[in-house]
Design a protein around this ligand. Structure first.
Ligand code: PEP
Ligand code: MG
Length: 315
């Protein structure tokens, strides 16, 4: 039998030398939220909203959306929740949008591209933003909102303007397209925070479909190519003073979570079940050790050597 790990996140998480890291949950519905509350998550780093829309054959009314978000958020009253606006397309079909079939949907009009200024369905986003603000007020949570699939500073700026108009105070974007990292100096200046979706970022870095079995080896967040991009993003974020979170699979792996902290990430968001072990691992190292782990991982040749080098540092 494996030794039982920690069962909850106990108190605010810091490295042994007091560097504060938010350990927060990925959720999609009220059940996930209850689980997150149950393990002591400090809040939510990614509320995926596709579920709210998945079974609907027409767009839920603003009232239905508001009630849905309030119900999802209620178990986490008093906590900060980062809601991601609708990320439709490719691996996340949303029937009511009746999207035009594309040859390469992962490279198509998906995520925020569907709702950018002037797009045919731009109004869907505006209604969602207003419903999110209302639902968060009803549930008594602090709302942050972020958009998926952003690649340029202009896209980010347009989203931020729309979200602020709807009454959102903290507005960010996801970093999941390599161009967003290359554009980081300008893009970060437009937003209050960013959150890296390592699942899509890895898919797009390797041009390897995240759902492809034969290509699963590329879709590994330990890939040094992905960690080098994260490093570049975090260096740009130091200049602008922008908080960087990670809400993809990378944040669920305790050793990799330490690497992320060493790179400069200050918020780790993963499924509730992963959080106690992540919190325990991060709490067991000092920042200098995490930075050393980050250095050796970024300098590694491949996944296996990155894992081995970090294991050597962390013991
Ligand atoms: C990601 O891409 O890493 C992410 C967190 O978003 P999703 O998995 O919902 O695409
Ligand atoms: Mg994604």
């Amino acid at each position: 039998l494996a030794a039982a790990g920690p069962s909850s996140v106990t108190g605010p998480v810091t490295t042994t030398d007091g560097h504060r890291i938010a350990v927060v949950a990925n959720i999609a519905d009220a059940k996930d939220a209850a689980r997150a509350a149950g393990v002591g998550a400090e809040g939510v780093g990614l509320l995926r909203t596709e579920l709210t829309f998945l079974s609907a054959s027409s767009e839920p009314t603003p009232e239905e959306q508001r009630a849905g978000y309030a119900a999802t958020m209620a178990p986490l009253a008093g906590k900060p929740i980062t809601l991601r606006t609708l990320d439709a397309g490719a691996d996340k079909p949303v029937p009511f949008l009746a999207m035009t079939p594309e040859v390469n949907p992962a490279l198509g009009v998906r995520g925020q591209r569907l709702f950018d200024d002037g797009a045919e369905r731009a109004d869907v986003l505006d209604r969602q933003l207003v419903a999110a603000v209302g639902g968060a007020a009803d549930a008594g949570v602090t709302l942050k909102v972020m958009a998926p699939m952003i690649s340029t500073a202009d896209e980010a700026a347009r989203f931020v303007a729309r979200a602020r108009k709807a009454g959102v105070e903290q507005v960010g974007v996801m970093i999941e397209v390599p161009a967003a990292v290359l554009n980081a100096p300008e893009l970060l200046a437009e937003v209050d925070f960013v959150s890296v979706g390592t699942n899509d970022l890895t898919q797009y870095v390797f041009a390897a479909d995240r759902q492809s079995g034969p290509l699963a080896g590329f879709n590994d967040p330990w890939q040094p190519a992905v960690l080098r991009l994260l490093d570049q993003l975090c260096r740009a974020a130091e200049v602008t003073g922008t908080p960087v979170g990670v809400c993809g699979e990378a944040a669920a792996d305790p050793a990799l979570a330490v690497v992320l902290v060493g790179l400069g990430v200050t918020s780790l968001s993963a499924a509730a079940s992963a959080l106690p072990a992540v919190a325990a691992r991060v709490s067991s190292v000092d920042l200098a050790t995490a930075q050393q782990a980050a250095r050796v991982a970024v300098a590694s040749r491949d996944v296996a050597s990155a894992r081995a080098a970090v294991r050597d540092v962390l013991g």
